[in-house]
Design a protein around this ligand. Structure first.
Ligand code: ZN
Length: 89
């Protein structure tokens, strides 16, 4: 059985392959874990522009402590990239 994960923005639960996975590297930079195999704490977010936008707002307003240790700016960069990716598809 595939592992079930929870979206950090909307809290919906799905197979982890249906999410984007974001992890922090040693310099607190957010990176997209495309293969979902980086051995580090990660957070999951739906491949949905609504969830991307929600998380961007949460970060900008500093309303939530993220489960990974990452600089806000690099997290916003990654979310922007993922948002653009969704628009292109
Ligand atoms: Zn979601």
């Amino acid at each position: 059985m595939e592992p079930i994960r929870c979206c950090v923005a909307c809290k919906s639960r799905k197979n982890k392959k249906e999410f984007f996975r974001i992890v922090a590297d040693n310099n607190k930079n957010a990176i997209i874990d495309r293969k979902q195999n980086i051995n580090s704490r990660g957070l999951y977010i739906c491949k949905d522009i609504k969830c991307i936008t929600t998380l961007q707002k949460i970060i900008l307003k500093n309303r939530m402590k993220l489960k990974i240790d990452v600089e806000n700016d690099s997290m916003l960069e990654v979310l922007k990239e993922l948002g653009e990716e969704i628009w292109e598809n």
